[in-house]
Design a protein around this ligand. Structure first.
Ligand SMILES: *Cc1c(COP(=O)(O)O)cnc(C)c1O
Length: 417
C-alpha cells in the first residue's frame, strides 16, 4: 500500500483539485466583455432578460434577480409578513444564511430535525413544532434532493402560512413532475461561486403571488416604484418615487452576462454531474467504512446533484471526518463540509440555549459527512484521483472488526489486516 501524503507519502496528484470549481465557458467571457464595452454594467436589460429566461426554466410566474440567495430569502420573509416575535420552522442542517435571515427580520428560527437518508426536514416534526406564532415554513432541498413538498404544503395550508423554499442546491430539481420554483409562493436560488450555476455572487427569487411580486420588485431596489430600473439605464431621466425604504439587492448586468450562459448549459452539465456521481457510487460500493448518498431519481422527481456527500462510519474508521478532510487535502483533493448544523453555532447556542443533542440526526450527519469534488469542470482524471485518494485513506485507516474502536496500536492493526 502506498504511503498517504498525510504520513509523508507522495500526493495522489500534483496540483490541488479545488472543491466546487466553476465551469466558465467562452460564451460567458464574450458576454461579459460585450457588457463591459457596452457602456452599461449595472442592473439593466441583461438582468431583465436573465429573469425572463430563469422564470421560464424554473416555471415560476415571476422571478427577481438579486445579489444572493440570502437576499432572496430575506425578501421572501418580508413579503410573508414575518417580523419581531414570530417563529419560522426550519432545518438545522443548512448553511447559516437560511437561519440568519429569520433573525434579520426579528423572528425566531424553530429548528426541527431531518430525515437520516434524505437529509431533509421531517414533515412530521414540522407539524409538531407549529405554534400560534408560526408565520412561515422554510425548507432546504439538501444536496439537491427535494423535500417532501406535498406533506409540507398540507401543513402550511392548514395553518394558512407560506412555504419558503431555500433552493440554493436545487436549481435543476423536480418534485413529482413539478419544477422547484413552481411549487411554493417563494423559492430562493443561489448563484454563488460553488453552486451548480454561478454568477460569482448572485441569486434569484421565484415568486408565485402577484401582490408579493409587485412589492418585492420595489423592495429589491431601494423601494423605488416599478419602472425605476430605467433610471439606471442609458436614456432619458425617469422620475421615481420611494414607496418604502427598500434594499440594495439587485443583480448587475455583469452577473447576468454569466448567468445567461450558465443557465443555458445547466441541463447538459447535469448529465456530467450524474456521470461523476455514478462513478463515485460504483467506486465506493464495496467499502463498509463509508456510506454513499441514498436518494436517487424516480420517474417524476429529479436530484440536482449539487453535493455528493460521503458519510463515514465512525466505528469502522480510525480517523474522524475532519481528519479525513485533512488527509484528502494532503492528497491535493479539496472537499467540503455541509454543514455544521446551525444550532451549534455560537450565536444560536447563546441566543436560544441550543446545545449538542438537540437535533441528533442533523448532528450525526454534520459530524460524519464530507462532500467530494463534483463539477462539470472536472475531467475523468480528476474523478479518478478523487476515487484513488478516498480509497487509499479508507484502506489505510480502516479498523478491522476484531478490534474495538479506541484500539490504537497501528503495528498490530497492520499485522491483523
Ligand atoms: C449557498 C447557500 C445559501 C446562500 O447563498 P448565497 O447566494 O451565497 O446567499 C443559502 N442556503 C444554502 C443551503 C446554501 O447552500
Amino acid at each position: 500500500m502506498s504511503t498517504l501524503a498525510s504520513e509523508g507519502g507522495r500526493p495522489v496528484r500534483k496540483d490541488f483539485l479545488v472543491f466546487g470549481r466553476p465551469q466558465i465557458g467562452e460564451a460567458e467571457i464574450r458576454e461579459v466583455v460585450d457588457t463591459l464595452r457596452s457602456g452599461w454594467i449595472g442592473f439593466g436589460p441583461k438582468s431583465l432578460r436573465f429573469e425572463e429566461e430563469f422564470a421560464s426554466y424554473v416555471r415560476a410566474e415571476h422571478v427577481l434577480s438579486v445579489n444572493s440567495a440570502t437576499a432572496a430569502l430575506h425578501l421572501a420573509l418580508l413579503a410573508a409578513g414575518v417580523g419581531a416575535g414570530d417563529e419560522v420552522v426550519t432545518t438545522p442542517l443548512t448553511f447559516c444564511a437560511t437561519a440568519n435571515v429569520i433573525a434579520h427580520v426579528g423572528a425566531k428560527p424553530v429548528f426541527v430535525d431531518v430525515d437520516e437518508d434524505t437529509q431533509n426536514i421531517d414533515p412530521e416534526r414540522i407539524a409538531r413544532a407549529i405554534t400560534p406564532r408560526t408565520k412561515a415554513i422554510m425548507v432546504v432541498h439538501m444536496t439537491g434532493w427535494p423535500c417532501d413538498m406535498d406533506a409540507i404544503a398540507d401543513i402550511a395550508e392548514r395553518k394558512r402560512i407560506p412555504v419558503i423554499e431555500d433552493a440554493a442546491h436545487a436549481t435543476e430539481t423536480w418534485y413529482r413532475a413539478r419544477k422547484v420554483g413552481s411549487i411554493s409562493r417563494f423559492t430562493a436560488f443561489s448563484f454563488y461561486a460553488t453552486k451548480n450555476m454561478t454568477t460569482g455572487e448572485g441569486g434569484a427569487l421565484a415568486i408565485n403571488d402577484d401582490a408579493a411580486w409587485d412589492r418585492l420588485r420595489a423592495l429589491r431596489l431601494h423601494g423605488l416604484d416599478k419602472d425605476a430600473w430605467k433610471r439606471y439605464s442609458p436614456g432619458a431621466y425617469m422620475p421615481y418615487e420611494v414607496l418604502e425604504p427598500g434594499f440594495k439587492y439587485n443583480m448587475t448586468d455583469l452577473q447576468a452576462s454569466l448567468g445567461l450562459h450558465q443557465l443555458a448549459r445547466l441541463e447538459e452539465n447535469l448529465v456530467v454531474r450524474k456521470r461523476i456521481w455514478t462513478a463515485y457510487d460504483a467506486a465506493f460500493a464495496d467499502l463498509d467504512e463509508v456510506i454513499t448518498p441514498q436518494p436517487t431519481d424516480t420517474a417524476h422527481t429529479r436530484h440536482a446533484r449539487h453535493l455528493y456527500t460521503l458519510r463515514i462510519v465512525p466505528e469502522r474508521l480510525g480517523i474522524d471526518r475532519n481528519q479525513f478532510v485533512a488527509a484528502l487535502a494532503a492528497e491535493n483533493i479539496g472537499s467540503g463540509v455541509h454543514f455544521v448544523p446551525v444550532h451549534l453555532h455560537q450565536w444560536y447556542r447563546e441566543r436560544f440555549g441550543h446545545a449538542r443533542g438537540d437535533f441528533p440526526v442533523a448532528e450525526a450527519i454534520g459530524d460524519t459527512t464530507l462532500s467530494l469534488p463534483l463539477s462539470p469542470a472536472m475531467d475523468m482524471q480528476d474523478v479518478t484521483d478523487t476515487i484513488t485518494a478516498v480509497r487509499r485513506i479508507v484502506e489505510r485507516h480502516r479498523v478491522t472488526p476484531a478490534y474495538a474502536p479506541g484500539f490504537d496500536d497501528d503495528e498490530a492493526l497492520r499485522e491483523a489486516a
